[in-house]
Design a protein around this ligand. Structure first.
Ligand code: BGC
Ligand code: CA
Length: 419
């Protein structure tokens, strides 16, 4: 009996060693989200990061489709206005200012390009060797500083027809909204910029375009609302959608519900060794499924992309609660099918408006139904080490969802998991 017991014990020890090996941290699911592993200068995808292991994916949204939609939404709005009111100083120029989020973030770059292309102010991106503009990818996305005289080299003056009248369109100013310590997409910086811009050439500003709602709302609340200047953002955060009733002109929903679900759902499937499309393309046992007009998957690069939708005065009521779970994929999984697992999840900046006001509440909706115990670690928006150092012991977690400070930095997280 004793011998048998010690044999069993030995077998059990062996098993636990084997499973400890199988549980090596670099073999656990890793989902990159919101900041796509890529070169922040060229935009080229970081395939080492995207194929880190067989359980690695990226979840984001279609930046190009969303950017084109934002540009179109702005042009549609302008063309429906009374030109006399729109051109506030009557100089025949529709002047706009542009708030840029992060010059090294492909979402931000796409939105700058989409707005410029739609408004006719785009020029080909010489740094990329472009000589013509076929798609928004070809557009120069550099900030220009101030351009009230139309002499800037990274944009040109555009033209638009409104109510039978021709106007010049000019990007009067644009700037990356980065604060003194390096945090990007910084709303307070946008609030300061509009104070400076409006002080210097306020009556020339007929339109405000922002790469996101955080910055757009800072400009709206600080200046544009009281001056009746149309303002457009991106993200469809609840406060921005509510502001449409007070004159904020429009935003784009990147369907944070779909993205948050996909982020945790891909983790869940990878943890369960299930087909990655369960509960996504095909219904799971509980009935969760995504309709295919909400997202697509690029198998080659292992990237899931949610699609975007425009939110304007015509439809905003349906978008007022950006944190509401989607009933089509809110069915509780059973603990038997999907036992609780522990996930480490980073948010690059505790002050980022979209991630904290919209994305995290959506993650909280879905973590419960997917039986995931998620530990949220929020950074300062500038130091990657601040996040990585807080992943003290990766062995405590079954999987990881990573939102980086900088899209170039995936290797530092991978190194941590390979230790
Ligand atoms: C959002 C921004 C946000 C950024 C953070 C973007 O997709 O639109 O609002 O600041 O992600 O990485
Ligand atoms: Ca004007």
């Amino acid at each position: 009996m004793k011998k048998f017991l010690s044999l069993v014990l030995a077998a059990l020890m062996l098993l636990s060693i084997v499973s400890a090996i199988a549980e090596a941290n670099d073999q656990k699911p890793v989902i990159w989200y919101n900041r796509q592993p890529s070169n922040s200068t060229t935009g080229e995808l970081d395939m080492d990061a995207l194929t880190f292991n067989g359980k690695t994916y990226y979840v984001g949204f279609d930046a190009k489709q969303g950017a084109e939609l934002q540009g179109q939404m702005i042009v549609d709005y302008l063309q429906a206005q009374d030109p006399a009111t729109l051109d506030r100083n009557g100089d025949g120029i529709i002047g706009y200012v542009l708030c840029i989020g992060d010059v090294g973030h492909n979402d931000s770059i796409a939105r700058t390009r989409g707005a410029r292309k739609a408004l006719g102010t785009a020029i080909p991106d010489a740094d990329q060797g472009k000589t013509e503009i076929a798609t928004i990818d070809d557009v120069d996305s550099a900030p220009i500083g101030t351009n009230t005289d139309g002499s800037a080299t990274h944009v040109q003056d555009g033209a638009i027809e409104i109510g039978g009248q021709s106007f010049i369109v000019r990007e009067l100013a644009s700037q990356e909204m980065k604060n003194g310590s390096g945090a990007t997409w910084d709303a307070p910086t946008a609030g300061n910029a509009i104070v400076a811009w409006s002080g210097a050439f306020g009556d020339e500003i007929d339109l405000v375009v922002s790469n996101n709602d955080g910055m757009g709302m800072a400009v709206f609340n600080g200046w544009a609302k009281e001056n009746g200047v149309p303002t457009f953002g991106y993200d469809a955060n609840s406060d921005a959608v509510a502001a449409i009733a007070d004159g904020y002109c429009g935003t784009i929903s990147q369907n944070a519900d779909v993205q948050a679900y996909l982020t945790l759902r891909t983790l869940r499937n990878a943890l369960d060794d299930a087909d990655i499309m369960v509960g996504i393309a095909t219904p799971d046992a509980a009935g969760n499924v995504l309709s295919d007009d909400l997202y697509y998957y690029d198998e080659e690069t292992r990237c899931f992309y949610a699609l975007n939708g425009a939110v304007t005065a015509a439809n905003y009521e349906a978008f007022l609660d950006a944190t509401a779970p989607n009933p089509a994929f809110s069915f509780q999984l059973s603990e038997e099918d999907a036992p609780t697992k522990k996930v480490w999840l980073s948010v690059y900046n505790a002050a980022d408006n979209f991630l904290n006001a919209t994305y995290v509440p959506q993650l909280e909706n879905y973590q419960a139904i997917l039986n995931l115990d998620v530990e949220y670690v929020k950074g300062d928006g500038q130091t990657e080490g601040n996040l990585i150092d807080r992943l003290g012991n990766p062995s405590e977690y079954d999987g990881f969802a990573i939102n980086m400070v900088k899209t170039d930095n995936a290797a530092s997280y991978m190194a941590k998991l390979m230790q």
